[in-house]
Design a protein around this ligand. Sequence first.
Ligand code: NAD
Length: 417
Amino acid sequence: MSSGAVFLNTALLMLKEAAEYLNLDPGLHEILKRPKRTVIVSVPIKTDKGETKVFTGIRVQHSNARGPYKGGVRYYPSVDVEEVTALAMLMTWKCAVVDLPYGGAKGGVACDPKSLSKSELERVTRRYTSMIYDVIGPYIDIPGPDVYTDAQTMAWMVDTYSMLRGVFTPEVATGKPISLYGSLGRLDATSRGVVITAREFFKSVGKPLKDAKVAIQGFGNVGYNAAKILHDEYGAKIIAVSDSKGGIYNSEGLNPHKVIEHKNKTGSVVGFPGSKPLAADEVLTVKCDLLIPAALENAINKQVAERIDAAVIAEGANGPTTPDGDKVLQERKIAVVPDILSNAGGVTVSYLEWVQNLKRETWTIEEVHSKLEAKMVRGFKDVNERAKKYEVPMRQGAMILAVEKVAEAINYQGIWP
Ligand code: NAD
């Protein structure tokens, strides 16, 4: 089974479980199990050497019952329809959990972005955008960045869409550069959200984040910025981090600014002066107060979960825990702030960016931060209320909250015609 198929299986199991708690109508469950639309496109480009390469592009639109589809685009070799479908579903739930007026979608191009030049990436992005042009739009489906895509990718998407439409349309994508109407605070929004929900959890058990020992898997956008915010603003100790090449450890704490400098220079966190090397999975099992998986899905399986030595896990990545792994964590009473709550800060500031674009306004960082803070704290509270009511962990609480909202919206609208 591909990693994407495992991930989709997990997403469907989570939905089934929530449907059972809610005693959901079987017809509604059936609707929610399937994406509304799946688009698979061929993305041919000329390489810098003049050769022709063809990639597969995907856009899955899971639900628009609560608003336009919303979700990132990832460039990764193993991207497949199952993975993108699972991620689109998660987006539907995530937007519902923090009460954004959006549905859920996700996109991807199966390619190895590290082996492509900037101009090749531009051609991939422009061709992919043109191929999904018919199904995206500011009130239809709004893409954003995800793994190995960034503000530059979104700028190319906006330009391609605007050229084809003949109208400057920055609101067709979020996560854009600031000079192209991106929002202040978008770059570290996901991480800020992860930290806010972790802080709320710590508060709920009477512990401060100051001096808390933190381990982080993945040192990209989410992992690095979470490390920076925890270190700079909360005085937490980042004791272990990793990337795709391996991990590093220092019980006295790592300075994330220096680690990123090293990574930018050498291509990896590995070999950072004064740190001990860790094997790939070891970052997940070091003794710590807070563990943040911020790489890819399925990282915490049963075997890893049995060895985790953290008080709480805040899921920065999407779907980092397998159902088997989750069961072990529950048995071991390790608390988990689930992905659809914990990492919803990114889509929340994407929503704030979209609203600014539609109103042709630009807000201050203070305005963005205070709106993000309010959404995340409210989401944390709502999830915990559901978890208490149904006597379930936060993950199930979040799913119950989300599925209830989306199902209710579908129910009121009815099935057309
Ligand atoms: P990114 O590409 O910036 O970073 C990914 C990091 O993970 C890189 O440092 C990479 O080296 C590392 N990595 C890959 N495989 C690894 C492995 N096996 N072990 C350890 N590290 C590994 O991506 P990102 O935007 O930080 O996204 C990370 C996760 O967060 C993804 O699951 C993504 O879907 C999720 N997420 C991102 C956002 C966002 O706003 N960027 C929002 C919500 C969720």
